[in-house]
Design a protein around this ligand. Structure first.
Ligand code: PRP
Length: 175
């Protein structure tokens, strides 16, 4: 069995999601923002963030996947599995991502959305693995800076496992 080591407790994550929601609320009063999550990893964070944003908003999702990605390695080309089903022209769009690693996924989705001419386009990321960045990406709301270890829980998986765990954990693979 792989071993899991706690990096962030559910309580630490909860406090940070509340802090992010306060920041976002302050910036989006009267704007009816459209939160766009990148599946699958965002599903837990999106649910908690949206419930903490006590204001009018809408949510939408896109599903992306990367070619040639191993189970613990982020790599290469991004493709759209399920695209937007709603127009975003003139909307205030906030991208909601669980984690940014190389930046490839976020870079791709920002380009994909910008071409649809939203009124504004910002980014909220819970876990920023900044040390792994290959492409510079803008982050407007950042939860944590994550260490350079493979992490699971709170939406993040290893081979589709562990997404349901309430905290963030480092995964040590079996030797
Ligand atoms: C994860 C995460 C981000 C992406 C970040 O998704 O949810 O979307 O990787 O990595 P990058 O910055 O190197 O592009 P993943 O492709 O593992 O799919 P999932 O969301 O379905 O788990």
């Amino acid at each position: 069995m792989p071993q899991l080591q706690v990096i962030l407790s559910p309580q630490e994550i909860k406090q940070t999601v509340e802090r992010l929601a306060q920041e976002i609320k302050g910036d989006y009063q009267g704007k009816n923002p459209l939160l766009i999550g990148v599946l699958k990893g965002c599903f837990v964070f999106m649910a908690d963030l949206a419930r903490n944003l006590d204001m009018p908003l809408e949510v939408e999702f896109v599903t992306l996947s990367s070619y040639g990605r191993g189970r613990t390695e982020s790599s290469g080309k991004v493709r759209v599995v399920r695209g937007l089903r709603t127009p975003i022209k003139n909307r205030h769009v906030l991208v909601v991502e669980d984690i940014v690693d190389s930046g490839m996924t976020l870079n791709f989705i920002l380009d994909y959305l910008q071409r649809r001419r939203p009124a504004s386009l910002k980014v909220c990321v819970l876990f920023d693995k900044a040390i792994r960045r290959q492409v510079p990406v803008p982050i407007d709301y950042r939860g944590f800076t994550a260490p350079d270890v493979f992490v699971v829980g709170y939406g993040l998986d290893y081979d589709e496992r562990f997404r349901h765990l309430p905290g963030l954990y480092a995964l040590q693979e079996e030797s």
